[in-house]
Design a protein around this ligand. Sequence first.
Ligand code: UGB
Length: 434
Amino acid sequence: MSQMKHIDNIPSTPGKFKEKSPYNRLRLHFSLTKLTFWSFVFLGLIFVFFFRSPSSSSSSPAASDLSRRSLRTSSYDGPAWEKRIKASAKVRSHSGISVLVTGAAGFVGTHVSAALKRRGDGVVGLDNFNDYYDPTLKRARQALLERTGVYIVEGDINDVALLKKLFDIVQFSHVMHLAAQAGVRYAMENPGSYVHSNIAGLVNVLEVCKNANPQPAIVWASSSSVYGLNTKVPFSEKDRTDQPASLYAATKKAGEEIAHTYNHIYGLSLTGLRFFTVYGPWGRPDMAYFFFTRDILKGKSIPIFEAANHGTVARDFTYIDDIVKGCLAALDTAEKSTGSGGKKKGPAQLRVFNLGNTSPVPVSDLVSILERLLKVKAKRSVMKLPRNGDVQFTHANISFAKRELGYKPTTDLHTGLKKFVRWYLSYYGDETKK
Ligand SMILES: O=C(O)[C@H]1O[C@H](OP(=O)(O)OP(=O)(O)OC[C@H]2O[C@@H](n3ccc(=O)[nH]c3=O)[C@H](O)[C@@H]2O)[C@H](O)[C@@H](O)[C@H]1O
C-alpha cells in the first residue's frame, strides 16, 4: 500500500511540469474540461441523494443505519402507486376483510397473503426485502403474489410516515404483522437487527394502529422460542416464558409484553401466535430442513446437533398450510379494537396461541426422511448443541388454539417434507448439483 502511494506521487512523465509546449496547453484545456464535467456529475449526485431520498425526513438516523440491509428504501408517492394499493386492498367477497400484511415477501407472509386473496379478502403487503437471506427468493415470492393480485409496498416497518400513508389510503380492518428478524442463532451476529425489527418495528406498527381510525385488529407472529429453558412438556400458553435462551426469543417475549401494554392503554385487539418451527415450500433458506436439503444434494456434510449425554434434539415441526389455517382463523375470530383517536373506549381482546403440530421429531429423523425423499445419503456430522440460543426440544400443547380457533394440524413431517422437496427441486432444479 505504502509502495503504491509512493508510485502515485512520482510524475509519470519525468519533467512534465516544466514543459510549456502547445501540446501541454492542449492537455491543460482537456483537464479543465474533464474537471468541469466531473464537477457537474458530482453535484448531480448530491442533488439526487438529498432530494430523492424518501427516508431523509421520516426516519431517525439510528433507524436508517440499522435498516441498511434493506436493499431499497420505500418509494411512496404518486397516484399510480396509490392506485395499485387500492386495487390490491379491494375486498371481493361478501364478508371479506381488508388486511395489511407486513413481511409479505417472507415465507409465512407470502402464504398467508395468497390465502387471504384467494378467499376474496383485500390484501396489501409491506416488505423491506432485506438481505438476511437471498433476496431473489423474496422477489420470486413477490412475483407469485403479484400474479394473484397482491401488491407489496417496499418499505420498512420503522418508516412511520409510510405506515401512516398506507392507513390514509386504505381503512385496514386487520393487520397481520409478520415482518420480523427471524433466526435463533443469527442473533449473536447481529443483535441490533432484532431490536430494530422485533421491538422498534413492532412499536411503530402498534403506534400507527393505535392512531388509526378505525383501529384495526392485529394478529402478529410470536414464537415457540419464548418457552426457552422451560422443561414442562407439552408447552402450554400458561407455562412460564421468562427464561429465553436467545436474544431472538427475548425480543419475541418483549413483543408479547408490548402487546399487553397497547391492549391495556389503547384498546387495541391483539393476538400473538407462537409458531413452532414452520417449514414447507417457499421456506426460509436459513432453516435447518432447507439448508440440509441443499447440502445433502451437494454432498456436503451437515451438522446435526446433539444435547449432552447423546440427548436427542427435537422440534415440533409445523407445516406451512396448517400455520396458514391458524393465521386465518386468528384473523376471523379477532374482535374489533375498542379505541379511537388514540384513546381506549373499553376492554379489548388480548390473546396468545401456540400454533404447533404436537408431535416433536428428532432432528436425526428429519435427516432420515430427507435422505429417503432425495434418494441421497447424507454426510452426517454429529455436533454438540451450541450454546447460542438453541433449545433442546419444543412441543406444543394446542388445545387452546383448537378450542378458540378450530385449529387442527393435519400434515405430518414426512408428507410436508415431500411437498417441500418437490418444490425445492422444481425451484432450484439442477442448480443444487452444480
Ligand atoms: O419455532 C420458532 O419459533 C423458531 O423456529 C425456527 O427455529 P429452530 O426451531 O431453531 O429452527 P432451525 O434453525 O431450522 O433448527 C431446527 C432444528 O435443527 C437443529 N439444527 C439446526 C442447525 C444445524 O446446523 N444443525 C441442527 O441440528 C436445531 O437445533 C433445531 O433443533 C426458526 O428458525 C425461528 O425463526 C423461530 O421461528
